[in-house]
Design a protein around this ligand. Structure first.
Ligand SMILES: Nc1nc2c(ncn2[C@@H]2O[C@H](COP(=O)(O)OP(=O)(O)OP(=O)(O)O)[C@@H](O)[C@H]2O)c(=O)[nH]1
Ligand SMILES: [Mg+2]
Ligand SMILES: [Zn+2]
Length: 326
């Protein structure tokens, strides 16, 4: 072992009790972090998967000092589920977001897809719509609905781990990148991860009673892919609430609405919902904007599934109740 610090290590899973896996010379290694409040970069919030960190040499007890958390070039953030209004960063330094929608069992959650796309746009992370379980009855209808997203300009891939459809295309799509997935429980995230990697993830059963997944995956992890790169397999999401998106920015995060924003004479003060003479409403009227997308925008503007709160004060590691990883 050398005394040199270990620099720019990729964090493969979010630390629990300050323990996480990092990538060292291409191999995962479990390490317990010794964290000081003053560590540079920690003021951006707790470490998450995709973060890059510097460590002191790892000792015989598999412990190391956290020396620095590198500045993130982006992060995926949502509102943390529960009462408290606070952000939850899901992944840092993401090259691509796969928005996973099941064709059937569970039935497609299009509203969650619209919100996932907004969250990706807000951080300029290129999203791809992935329709899973294309072997099931109902897949043709889901594909038809998803054409709308193709028209917006998003790549849409149909995949099935049963028939193998789309698996190679997805492998190409995720090659050499850090890719995150978002989707409900049971849509097939772990099954896809297993198909693209040599890591067998636990794949869950769909409840016969509710037709929904059972939240099989409980902790996100970046899994190395055959084609190079890493795929994050997170737990399924029950309700996806976007974080810190101001009203006047929302239309900009719908590319199909964004196209018409410059023509809207009311500018930033227009809600694009009722104003006579609004260019977005005119485009909707002409059929240039799909009404379902405008509805998704309206729902989000009315704050049902969005908060406009900014990031709160960074957590204070000197606070005795501080445990950022729970
Ligand atoms: N027919 C069919 N079933 C699939 C396909 N992909 C996944 N499944 C099934 O869907 C169920 C859920 O798959 P998972 O991979 O555990 O789903 P998940 O998205 O990881 O779920 P959580 O971890 O709970 O978020 C399993 O029974 C899989 O066998 C597919 O392409 N076709
Ligand atoms: Mg899973
Ligand atoms: Zn307008």
């Amino acid at each position: 072992m050398t005394d040199e610090p270990l620099t720019n290590l990729l964090v493969l899973n979010t630390p629990v009790h300050r323990q996480c896996d990092v990538l060292i010379d291409g191999k995962p290694r479990t390490v317990r972090l010794r964290i000081r409040a003053s560590t540079p970069g920690l003021d951006a919030g707790p470490i998450v998967i995709g973060d890059r960190i510097d460590l002191s040499p790892i000792d015989d007890a598999d412990e190391a000092d956290l020396l620095r958390v590198h500045t993130r070039h982006n992060h995926l953030v949502r509102r943390r589920p529960g009462e408290r209004e606070e952000p939850m960063v899901m992944c840092a330094n993401v090259d691509r977001l796969l928005c996973i929608v099941s064709s059937a069992q569970p039935k497609p959650a299009w509203g969650m897809l619209d919100r996932s796309l907004v969250i990706a746009e807000a951080q300029r992370i290129p999203p791809t719509v992935v329709l899973t379980k294309s072997d099931l009855k109902g897949a043709a209808a889901a594909r038809e609905h998803a054409r709308m997203y193709e028209q917006v300009g998003y790549p849409v891939l149909s995949v099935s781990i049963i028939s193998g459809e789309g698996v190679e295309a997805l492998r190409e799509h995720t090659r050499d990148a850090i890719t995150m997935m978002l989707g409900q429980s049971g849509v097939g995230k772990s099954a896809l991860t297993a198909a693209l990697s040599s890591e067998s993830r636990e794949v869950g059963k769909i409840s016969h009673r509710t037709g929904k997944g059972r939240h099989t995956t409980t902790r996100a992890r970046l899994v190395p892919l055959h084609g190079g790169g890493f795929l994050a397999d997170p737990p399924g999401i029950r309700a996806l609430v976007a974080w810190d998106i101001e009203d006047d920015r929302l239309a900009y995060l719908f590319p199909d609405l964004r196209k018409h924003l410059d023509d809207c004479k009311f500018g930033g003060s227009c809600t694009h919902i009722h104003e006579p003479g609004c260019a977005i409403l005119a485009a909707l009227e002409r059929g240039d904007i799909d009404p379902r997308r405008h509805q998704a925008y309206t729902r989000m503007l009315l704050k049902a599934d969005r908060t406009s709160s900014p990031m709160p004060r960074p957590m204070d590691p000197d606070d005795p109740t501080f445990d950022p990883y729970q």
